[in-house]
Ligand binder design. Sequence first.
Ligand code: SF4
Length: 344
Amino acid sequence: MLAVHQAADGGLARVRLPGGCLTAQQLAVLRLAAAELGDGRLELTSRANVQLRGLDADGPRELSDRLYAAGLLPSIAHERVRNIMASPLSGLDRETRYDVMPVVAALDEALCDRRALAELPGRFLFALDDGRGDLADVRADVAVRALDERTALLSIGDRGVRVEWAAVPELMVAAAESFLQVREREWRIAEVAGGAERILERLGLQGSELAALESTRVVAGVHGAALVVTVPLGSLTQEQAAALGAVRVTPWRSLVVPAGTRGLEEVGLVTTPDSPWEGVTACAGRPGCAKALADVRTDAAKHLDLRGRRVHWSGCERRCGKPPGEFVDVVAVGDGYLVDGERL
Ligand code: SF4
């Protein structure tokens, strides 16, 4: 059965979506599950997954059955470790150097086929960048970035090596297996002394140190055959979900839908980059989280005046769901907020 975290407002279930991909039917299953078992909303996460909140005691079992039937739970043993992010616009616009979505599916299958990999820590992250550099700041443990049609840069921790695409899925799972062999109690490759070098050596590869890359930002609007739609605070309502077909969830609280999809603004979704909602994210806050010192979502909606900048609102210092890279840091302290450490 799906592992569920107990939050102040009931069970919290995370549904992992390799590459962020959801068919129209799978989205409909999630929408109905949120309505019938949870609080009605689908939350988008910074790892391009979906969360359901407010589940009662029977919710996890019923939700697991529904997810399994919809193909969203291919291996219960590997459910926590299917952490595979991919450039959400891959294959849909001219920035794509190589369509990584078929590689995502092959990697997911190879991961679920290896019994030992069910032991990976839940934080261990795979990332596949189609060459545009949009995942440069997600700090994956094992990542590839497209160089051209034939080759990719495989990076393990802070070291990289050029490899052929055909070898990528097997190399990524082999790197994860090697991590399990060299780690003691660490959760990430970066935490293991000499981890990247030791893993590369086990794979028979020689890597060199990687230069830091700037991440490109994908904003709402039309991108080739796709439309990127911002979901205010990453919280999708029943009405909004019902207006959508197949989607790809992005790590930026937005969705990729086919260009030309109509009727989205009418239900409160954002289809242009100049909206005040663009780049604004928030943790659950009150009342969902027992640790929260404020209702951050309501407060964020009242203060949409930091237009054009990435802003993350947190109900306490843990800063759950913060975006990768640089952002304006708004943290509740009980009697107000600190903004980048200064009192609001
Ligand atoms: S940042 Fe704090 S208040 Fe917000 S969800 Fe995390 S633990 Fe709760």
